[in-house]
Write a protein that binds this ligand. Structure first.
Ligand SMILES: [Zn+2]
Length: 90
C-alpha cells in the first residue's frame, strides 16, 4: 500500500528513467514526478508525459489500479500487448 504525496510536471535537471516505458530521458525533459510513501519510506518516480496520460487513463477505467500502484514498465507492457492484438487475428 502506498500513498501519493505529490504529482508535479517538472523539467528534469538530470536524466531520469520513465516508470511507465523504462526509457531514459535526458535532462531538460518535461516529466511527471510522483512522490509517494510506502511503508513509511519516501520514494519518487518519474514518468514521461505520454506514459502519465496512459496511467491516468488506466486509473479512470479501473480505480482499483490507482490504489495498487503501477509496476515499473507497465506502459511498455500495455503497448506490447496492444501491438500483439493488432498484429494477430488473421
Ligand atoms: Zn514513458
Amino acid at each position: 500500500m502506498s500513498d501519493t504525496l505529490s504529482l508535479d510536471l517538472v523539467v528534469t535537471r538530470k536524466p531520469h528513467r520513465c516508470w511507465g516505458c523504462v526509457e531514459t530521458f535526458p535532462k531538460g525533459t518535461k516529466m511527471w514526478r510522483h512522490v509517494g510513501k510506502s511503508d513509511g519510506v519516501l520514494f519518487s518516480t518519474y514518468a514521461c508525459e505520454p506514459c502519465q496520460a496512459e496511467m491516468n487513463e488506466a486509473c479512470r477505467r479501473d480505480p482499483y489500479l490507482a490504489d495498487e500502484g503501477f509496476d515499473q514498465g507497465c506502459v511498455r507492457d500495455w503497448r506490447a500487448e496492444a501491438e500483439r492484438q493488432v498484429g494477430g487475428g488473421t
